[in-house]
Design a binder for this molecule. Structure first.
Ligand code: NAG
Ligand code: NAG
Ligand code: NAG
Ligand code: NAG
Length: 394
């Protein structure tokens, strides 16, 4: 038992006495709140005192003792059972010397303490949600609420780390197979949130085998489900080489390429995909000793990224530039493929003109300036890389 809790219980016992005394001293007993300490010897004294002061006292009216802290009865019994009677007697005498205001203040303190003790911890709340989800006869609506609660609870990293210990990851992964698309969506969202920037949870989720399922969900017809699934996939494999290996083994490159090359797919999914490409290429840059993946030199894939620069969505264009920048910096990148097959120089030129026109609009000028400076950076890297391959060896 922690020191804090012991101190709390001591205060509890003290104030318990205070309340009892306050009851005895107060004329209107019914407004003083109710506590009942049947085993205490002091009760008799208090009763006699009260009777002396208030001829109409009716402390034997049991109804009077119902209110207040009855739900904490067990805790009170524990506190009483573990208290030293001589200390309690002393405390009671101290309390009797306090004024009514002081007693009331003590009463407030104990109420606050009890409220705090009653507040369940995050781990307890997670356990309740997990137990609910693990109950196959739970109504859909309640299942949904339990998932929403977990979605909020897994945000702090300590809670995310606790999720597996409580059996939560397996239960949430199970929900990826639910018939209800909203349920599947929220389950994927939770997994993404819990594993974001968290190598511990990434590893746990990967070991539980959720990645292939999530990758299938990226193709879901319910677009919100697809978006949350891609969010989870990205969070799982970000800076995680084991995750990336599995991702490629499950044809993640084709999955991304299909999304990038199909302009009728929801723009949010396309933005997320190209962002993932930039991220994967960056990770590849940082692990130079590893062989570069053929994915990154697949000309059709590269063209689908370059083609995004022709989009009318500035956000998508910017993310495409960031991906191209990282792809160009890879060792195995062939600048001539970017030039001849993907038409990168034309694409960059077209983008420059378009950005110049957009700059007229004051509202988004700052953003356009940022995108233009990224575009110039890509141009410089591209020309540097072209110079390397077109220079005639001496
Ligand atoms: C005393 O108790 C009665 C009910 O028993 C209540 O109506 C009254 O307002 C109380 N008086 C004070 C001063 O709390
Ligand atoms: C499962 O849920 C049903 C319906 O809400 C409930 O009656 C039952 O007690 C729950 N079972 C467990 C083991 O919690
Ligand atoms: C879910 O319920 C089963 C029994 O129905 C139990 O064996 C299992 O441990 C429970 N899992 C969690 C995470 O509570
Ligand atoms: C492009 O995406 C749309 C909408 O998801 C889909 O219906 C269509 O089959 C896709 N086209 C190709 C060529 O994959």
């Amino acid at each position: 038992m922690g020191q804090r809790v012991l101190v709390g219980l001591l205060i509890l016992a003290t104030v318990f006495m205070a309340i009892a005394v306050a009851r005895a001293e107060k004329v209107n007993k019914s407004s003083s709140g109710g506590l009942f300490w049947s085993s205490a010897k002091e009760e008799g004294d208090l009763l006699r005192k009260a009777e002396a002061e208030e001829s109409t006292a009716a402390l034997n009216d049991k109804d009077d003792f119902d209110g207040g802290f009855s739900s904490l009865d067990g805790m009170l019994q524990w506190a009483i059972g573990h208290s030293d009677p001589s200390k309690l007697k002393e405390t009671a005498q101290d309390v009797e010397r306090l004024s009514l205001d002081e007693l009331k203040k003590r009463q407030m303190e104990i109420k606050e303490l009890m409220e705090r003790l009653k507040t369940p911890s995050d781990a307890q709340l997670m356990q309740i949600a997990i137990d609910d989800l693990n109950n196959s006869s739970l109504a859909l609506e309640d299942r949904h609420r339990a998932l929403q609660e977990l979605l909020v609870l897994v945000e702090p990293i300590d809670n995310a780390n606790d999720l597996h210990k409580l059996g939560g990851l397996a239960v949430v992964i199970g929900e990826l197979n639910n018939d209800d698309p909203e349920i599947r969506k929220t389950a994927a969202w939770i997994l993404g949130k819990a594993s974001q920037n968290n190598p511990v949870v990434q590893k746990q989720v990967l070991e539980l085998g959720a990645l292939p399922k999530l990758m299938k969900m990226v193709k879901a017809s319910f677009i919100e489900e697809a978006i949350k699934a891609l969010y989870a996939v990205s969070a799982l494999i970000r800076n995680n080489l084991d995750g990336q290996e599995l991702f490629y083994a499950e044809a993640g490159d084709l999955m991304v390429q299909d999304i990038l090359s199909n302009s009728s797919i929801d723009i949010r999914l396309r933005r997320k995909s190209v962002f993932l490409v930039a991220d994967l290429a960056e990770c590849q840059l940082e692990t130079r000793n590893k062989a570069e993946l053929p994915f990154f030199s697949n000309r059709f894939f590269l063209k689908s990224v370059v083609d995004l620069t022709a989009s009318t969505d500035l956000d998508l264009q910017e993310k495409a530039l960031a991906a191209i920048k990282n792809l160009l910096r890879l060792r195995a990148t062939d600048a001539l493929v970017f030039k001849d097959f993907c038409g990168l120089d034309r694409a960059l030129d077209r983008m420059r003109q378009q950005l110049q026109q957009l700059m007229v609009d004051e509202d988004q000028r700052d953003y356009v300036v940022d995108v233009e400076s990224l575009r110039r950076e890509v141009e410089l890297i591209f020309h540097g890389k072209l110079d390397e391959v077109t220079q005639v060896p001496t």
